[in-house]
Design a protein around this ligand. Structure first.
Ligand code: ADP
Length: 615
């Protein structure tokens, strides 16, 4: 029969649950990828914006540096002097050198002076191959504007130097009359050269959306919007840029945040995407921007996503392994519980068996105790019965013992009367003395009988062996007549542990059995032996009878074992004797003597004489 127990709770298809969760998380992660990419790009853009801010500050500084000097230089009287007298050969070199020194001091690329026709009369670059001297710049707006007092700030690719510059000019006034123009050119290409954007590029766009400066050479002079014909014509007129390079850059933009824009260049393919931010340089009418490729930011975002995906997969794996382990654990626990159940049932069964066995044993012990008590009672009764039986056997002999002295007493009494009649007082006295002796003898016999018949209430203690032996022989004296009895004298100092009456009963029994065994033997001899060895005293009774049948020796001390016919023996004598000796702490043994006949040996404990031995 199997015990019903509630099922261990289990997750329903835990594998499916984990797979579902992993799938949902992966989908979420993939869906979030564009946002993550965007946030990485924004971060990148903001970083670039900070760089841009620094770059723009530097540019503003440079441009400002070029703005004031022209007016100051124009006030030098020597310039008006030269312009008034262009043919003065002593003046021109001096002015040229002065302008060169000024350009160096101002850290600008050129300082030069033009006459009213726009022809350069003196220039800081007078020594170089591309000297401005004699070059005409009448077409430049800064020249024309300077003459009329307008805004002279201008930027262009230098037609003489081939370098992009920022120009500012001022009129040279001599006595309220404009006699020429001073121009200062700052080289702006240094912004490109000194640009270190770390992967991103700087572009500066002018009012016409022409990329005037760029750290990427291929972008220089490209236009972000298509230029109108007028614009192109105007640019051509002032020779600002080489018209052949004004090619449109096909781009699309997409706002990313308040300050950031995504820009893609069509002719660079799908991978050309940049995040840009823009700052104005108002004095020059420029817009400076930084182009930061979005590729690295996207890659970073994807790496982060890949790590996230891996983490999700790993978590899924861990969860799956955990669930599998848990399922196994649950199974194992169930198996353990079943085994434990079985064990508990078996233990309970065994315990019940043991309880029953203990009950049985207890009742058996009770029975044994009751039986033992009954046995002891029976034994005590049997001891008495055995004594009575022995008494019965002895009574025949005793009646002979008493009859013989009685008959003697009768004849001595008659003899005494006759002697008295005849006045023979001495003989009469002799006879009366004999009568008294006979009476003493009978009194002694009667005393022994009384002792024997009494129930043994005596305690075990030291008894004098000689006395017990004497009493037993006296009791058996009648039956022992006609038997040769050898008795050693144990001496008055040999004491053994026992009870006087019971030890005497044992000896009477042994002597009586010996006499029975020798009943039909012509040669009747009993030898009593006494040996002391250490604390033991061995008393043996050997007869010259039939001996013991070896087969019956093991049962000889059993109660009711007898080979004597009915009415002759109860089979209790040896059994009772055996128990008596055991009570004394001794042993009774039986054997055959090698020369024939049986030997019964009583081994008793030697005792010290009692302190009041003289009772
Ligand atoms: P009982 O004398 O009434 O038969 P016992 O217990 O005294 O009972 O003796 C048991 C038996 O042991 C006797 O019947 C006898 O066969 C045997 N037995 C005892 N003493 C002697 C002996 N001295 N010689 C031979 N057999 C003996």
């Amino acid at each position: 029969m199997t015990a019903l127990r509630p099922p261990v709770p289990r997750l329903r298809s835990p594998g499916l649950l984990v797979a579902g969760a992993v799938l949902a998380l992966l989908t979420g992660a993939l869906a979030a990828l564009p946002k993550v990419e965007r946030s990485f790009i924004v971060e990148e853009g903001l970083r670039a914006e900070a760089t841009l801010k620094l770059a723009v500050e530097a540019m503003r500084g440079t441009l400002t540096r070029a703005e004031t000097p022209p007016a100051l230089i124009a006030e030098r009287p020597i310039l008006a002097q030269l312009l008034r007298d262009p043919g003065n050969e002593g003046l021109a070199p001096f002015v040229n050198e002065q302008l060169r020194q000024t350009a160096l001091a101002l850290n600008v690329s050129d300082v030069y002076v033009m006459d009213l026709n726009g022809t350069t009369v003196a220039a800081s670059s007078y020594r170089s191959e591309r000297s401005f001297v004699d070059q005409n710049f009448a077409y430049r707006p800064y020249f024309t504007q300077a003459l009329v007092g307008g805004d002279t700030r201008f930027h262009a690719l230098g037609t003489t130097s081939g370098e992009r510059g920022y120009f500012v000019a001022a009129p040279v006034i001599d006595r309220t009359e404009v006699v020429g123009v001073v121009a200062v050119k700052a080289n702006v290409e240094e912004f490109e050269d000194s640009w270190t954007g770390g992967g991103s590029d700087l572009i500066v766009v002018d009012r016409n959306n022409v990329i005037f400066l760029s750290s990427r050479p291929d972008l220089r002079f490209r236009t972000l919007v298509p230029l109108s014909e007028e614009t192109v014509a105007a640019i051509g007129a002032i020779r600002q840029y080489p018209l052949s390079r004004l090619v449109r850059l096909d781009s699309t933009t997409e706002p990313l945040s308040d300050d950031l824009t995504l820009i893609r260049f069509a002719d660079e393919g799908a991978r050309s995407e940049y995040v840009t931010s823009m700052r104005l340089i108002a004095t020059a009418g420029w817009r400076a921007s930084i182009l930061t490729p979005t590729g690295p930011a996207r890659t970073q975002a994807r790496v982060v996503m890949a790590v996230l995906v891996l983490a999700i997969l790993l978590a899924g794996l861990v969860a799956a392994v955990y669930l599998q382990r848990r399922a196994r654990l649950v199974e194992r626990l169930a198996a353990q519980a079943a085994t434990q159940d079985l064990l508990e049932r078996r233990v309970a069964e065994r315990t019940a068996d043991l309880d029953r066995a203990i009950d049985r044993l207890q009742s058996e012990v009770e029975e044994r105790r009751a039986t033992e008590a009954a046995l002891r009672r029976t034994q005590a009764e049997l001891v008495q019965a055995g004594k009575l039986a022995a008494l019965g056997q002895m009574s025949a002999a005793l009646s002979h013992e008493f009859n013989q002295p009685l008959a003697a007493v009768k004849s001595y009494a008659e003899n005494a009367a006759t002697f008295l009649d005849r006045g023979r007082a001495d003989e009469a006295r002799q006879n009366i003395t004999l009568i008294s002796t006979m009476a003493d003898r009978m009194a002694a016999i009667s005393k022994h009988l009384r002792n024997f018949a009494r129930r043994p209430m005596e305690a075990v203690g030291p008894v004098r062996l000689a006395e017990v032996l004497d009493d037993a022989l006296a009791l058996m004296a009648a039956r022992l007549a006609g038997t040769e009895v050898e008795v050693p004298d144990p001496g008055p100092d040999l004491w053994v542990t026992g009870g006087h009456v019971r030890l005497q009963q044992v000896l009477v029994n042994l002597l009586s059995n010996a006499l029975d065994a020798m009943e039909r033997q012509p040669d009747k001899r009993i030898r009593i032996g006494i040996e002391t060895a250490g604390q033991e005293v061995r008393l043996s009774v050997r007869d010259s009878g039939t001996g013991l049948d070896p087969e019956v020796i093991p049962q000889i001390f059993d109660p009711f074992f007898s080979t004597k016919g009915p009415g002759k023996g109860l089979g209790l004598g040896l059994s009772i004797s055996y128990n008596i000796v055991r009570d004394f702490g001794g042993v009774l043994g039986a054997a055959n003597h090698p020369e024939g006949g049986a030997v019964f040996t009583l081994t008793l404990k030697r005792a010290d004489a009692p302190r009041l031995a003289a009772e």
